[in-house]
Design a protein around this ligand. Structure first.
Ligand code: BGC
Length: 814
């Protein structure tokens, strides 16, 4: 946190109108520049796995094509590499492309926790585990920022649900908030040195993330020492004055001068102090001035070929070999194969939404396969992406399969199943793919499956396959990586960064996700992913951290000291390869309830065939800590900890003991109050127990009859006004039509889920808060009163905007 004002000279020359206008964006992606003061404008762009700079008019969900950029594998994919060095190199490439395209802030990486496999944006996030997510995010941040471009980790915080993401309240106890939902951001800030951060759309415990003093000031700035700027997610601003007071700097994208007036009025009537405004202006000036200087003498192009190769390497190092019976993989040279599946022709290599990249090129397996030493029986699309049955291509696929020794089946989630703005309702892949698979299994026993999906899916069909390679969404160069892996040119080394449950009903938040009305209640608490499965004894199909190799590794000789553990890994197979060793920490018989084990360190080790190496994993400030809600501090519970090393969360190979002296006797919980949390049976937590955990009553999350400016447009379903209900039906029809087409319509989804207030915040000043209030009155059945407010508001807004604009131009009497 910065205590001293750095840009006093400029600030002293700024009028209150200039300061207020500076704290809001202009246009879809820029900050406001002021020539008179020598303040330049800087440019922000998505995204986390490739740059999305729009060439023409900007629209934040990407209807207008963006300039070509390298589409790297998405965060969910790269997390599978468990390789911070790789993350840093990718970050470097991303930052370089940003610099070349005159982008100063890259809006990523995304690191929300995969609370449920259903979240539509899981493909953009790293993991269900905060330590892994944080380490990977920090590596991206270091890489991006090494170019003089700033990264913007997002979405801070507890934004693990897409449904009504702008009108939703995440209700979470303080310990879970700290240990699960904030730890990753803490690592990205402290170890990555992130200079900007994006506040989330949702409320956290009843206060919008962007206005949340606890998040932005107590934790981010004071505890973590963050000295950069907080940028709202696009349209996330609510009460800008509250945001600025809490620590938020820049309201994006284009809130217009109504928002600036809101700040000026708040200062005038004493709700917001001028010191707070100056502090936010100073922080923003620091970023703007630094980035402007950094962007001078920038390169004017990047090496497209080198970045494509980097994308291919990253895809190869991140794919996960889930199973490999009878060593069917790698394919022997000259193997007689059939390539089946639409994904081999038209790869699904990225997700949908604000992260959508216009790739410099895209390769497919069908195009590249002839370059490999394989005897090709033939290739067939086999099924339709639309989900419909097509007997002709199915027959073609079955004929090929019956003539091949091995079938390579490319399949997975379609484009419309995972997207920003919507959550999945189930974890299945399309039925027509499963039907084809079953029939392929009748004609050929040697099936190898290659999955493309950005998040965990149910795999009740996995026994049909002798081998399964999970490629996630592996970017524009993914096809070459897949073929390298199948043929053994590259040895798989990825490990799951999320558990693959047997079925949706087994997931810990099954009953709580997504929220029914306003409250998204995090009743499962700390028990996310493997923390739940391993503690509650719920079997999964593939555990967190799992991933096979074409070679084998032996773990031996663990020792521990005050600062860490050491052990030996030997590559006992015939091929060179890499292993991700994972360090888990447990405290048997803990007084404070906790998961059976938690990831606290990992190391990716490359070993030649036969090679042995001593691996060291150091302890850090997170190894033994827990957040004590009674003392309000991170504490260590006194006890004999078990520190284990494994090749997955359920394959623990070595263990040792470490004693830690406790930091307090003031323990937070009474076991009798929280029996379900002590037993990890958190699937069905009642109100009483959740309230005990929260330490306060559950806030009322029911929608009331009257709609407010913070309710989502889709809630017009309940509106009193028949016109509003009609608008809802039109919107709903549009949404359903796009779903039927199989391509998510992001703008409709955005509008569907957005609250009324965002109409003002995203209209570049054309609509004011007063006009929004008029709209809400109309929706609530007061047609004429509402209309009057809108008309009055329109003229007032026009006049006030003109006057404000004039004052910005230096006309004093305006
Ligand atoms: C997304 C952000 C993105 C922003 C700008 C929002 O809808 O949540 O992740 O950076 O749009 O496109």
């Amino acid at each position: 946190m910065r205590n001293k004002v750095k840009y006093e000279e400029i600030i002293s020359k700024m009028t209150i109108e200039e300061k207020a206008a500076f704290l809001g964006g202009k246009g879809e992606w820029q900050t406001r520049g002021f020539e008179r003061l020598g303040i330049p404008s800087i440019f922000c762009s998505d995204g986390p796995h490739g740059l999305r700079k729009q060439a023409g008019a900007g629209d934040h969900l990407g209807l207008n094509a963006s300039l070509p950029a390298t589409c790297f594998p998405s965060a969910a994919t790269i997390a599978g590499s468990w390789d911070e060095e790789l993350g840093e190199q990718l970050g470097k490439c991303l930052g370089e492309e940003a610099l070349v395209q005159d982008v100063n802030i890259l809006l990523g990486p995304g690191l929300n926790i995969k609370r449920s496999p259903l979240c539509g944006r899981n493909f953009e996030y790293f993991s269900e585990d905060p330590y892994l997510a944080g380490k990977m995010a920090a590596s991206y941040v270091r890489g991006i920022q090494s170019n003089g471009v700033y990264a913007c980790p997002k979405h801070f915080a507890v934004n693990s649900q897409e449904l009504r993401r702008m009108a939703m309240n995440s209700v979470v106890d303080e310990r879970t908030l700290r240990e699960i939902y904030l730890t990753g951001f803490e690592i990205a800030v402290k170890e990555g040195g992130a200079k900007t951060i994006m506040s989330a759309y949702n409320e956290v415990n009843g206060v919008y993330a962007n206005e949340n003093r606890h998040l932005l000031d107590d934790i981010l700035r004071k505890e973590w020492g963050f000295d950069g700027i907080v940028i709202t997610d696009w349209g996330a601003g609510n009460d800008h004055a509250l945001g600025v007071a809490a620590g938020s700097n820049l309201e994006m994208p284009n809130p217009g001068l109504d928002s600036a007036r809101e700040l000026v009025e708040a200062v005038q009537d004493g709700r917001l102090s001028i010191e707070d405004v100056d502090r936010r202006v100073d922080e923003l000036l620091d970023v703007v001035m630094t980035l402007y200087v950094n962007a001078q003498n920038k390169p004017d192009k990047f090496d497209e070929k080198a970045h494509h190769s980097m994308a291919r390497r990253a895809a190869a190092e991140s794919a996960i070999l889930l199973k490999n019976e009878e060593e069917i993989l790698p394919l022997k040279s000259g193997a007689k194969v059939a390539i089946i599946g639409d994904f081999a022709f038209t790869p699904r290599y990225q997700g949908a939404g604000s992260s959508l990249v216009n790739p410099t090129k895209v390769e497919s397996v069908a195009e590249l396969a002839s370059g490999y030493d394989l005897q090709m029986v033939g290739m067939s699309r086999g099924y339709l992406r639309s989900g419909e049955e097509d007997p002709v291509i199915k027959k073609e696929a079955l004929d090929l399969a019956s003539r091949a020794d091995i079938v390579l089946f490319f399949f997975g989630l379609n484009e419309d199943s995972e997207s920003e703005g919507t959550d999945r309702t189930h974890m299945r892949i399309p039925q027509n793919q499963i039907t084809l698979l079953q029939e392929l299994g009748q004609v050929n026993a040697n099936l190898v499956g290659i999955i493309s999906a950005g998040s965990a899916i149910e795999m009740p069909w996995h026994h049909y396959f002798k081998a399964l390679l999970h490629c996630y969404l592996n970017g524009q160069a993914g096809a070459g990586a897949v073929l390298d892996l199948l043929t053994g040119a590259v040895n798989p080394s990825g490990k799951l960064a999320e558990s693959v449950p047997r079925r949706l009903e087994d997931t810990p938040a099954y009953r709580y996700y997504p929220s029914v009305e306003r409250n998204s209640e995090y009743r499962e608490s700390l028990y996310v992913g493997y923390r739940y499965y391993d503690t509650a004894g719920v079997p999964v199909l593939y555990p967190f951290g799992h991933g096979l190799s074409y070679t084998t590794f032996k773990y031996s000789e663990i020792t521990s000291d005050e600062d860490g553990i050491s052990f030996t890994i030997t590559n006992t197979g015939a091929r060179d390869g890499a292993e991700v060793a994972q360090m888990y920490v447990s405290l048997p018989d803990a007084k404070v309830f906790r998961p059976e084990k938690e990831l606290k360190g990992f190391a990716k080790v490359f070993l030649k065939a036969g090679e042995s190496r001593t691996v060291r994993i150091s302890f850090d400030d997170k190894t033994f800590r827990y957040f004590n809600v009674k003392t309000g501090r991170w504490e260590i519970e006194d006890g004999d900890y078990t520190v284990s090393v494994g090749s997955s969360s359920s394959r623990i190979l070595l263990s040792t003991g470490v004693h830690r002296t406790g930091t307090t006797d003031d323990y937070p919980y009474d076991r009798n109050d929280l029996p379900s949390y002590y037993s990890a049976k958190v699937e069905n937590i009642g109100d009483g127990e959740f309230e005990k955990l929260l330490g306060k009553p559950i806030p009322v999350g029911k929608w009331s009859g009257e709609l407010t400016r913070n309710d989502a447009l889709c809630q017009m379903y309940y509106a009193k006004s028949s016109v509003a209900r009609l608008i809802f039906r039109i919107l709903d029809k549009k949404k359903k039509e796009s779903e039927a087409k199989g391509v998510p319509d992001l703008n409709t989804l955005f509008i569907y889920n957005m609250p009324f207030r965002a109409i003002a915040k995203m209209s570049a000043g054309m609509v004011s808060r007063q006009m929004v209030d008029g709209m809400v009155r109309m929706v609530n059945g007061h047609f004429f009163g509402g209309l009057g407010t809108i008309i009055g508001g329109y003229f007032r807004n026009r006049r006030d905007n003109k006057q404000y604009e004039a004052r910005l131009q230096g006309k004093k009497n305006a």
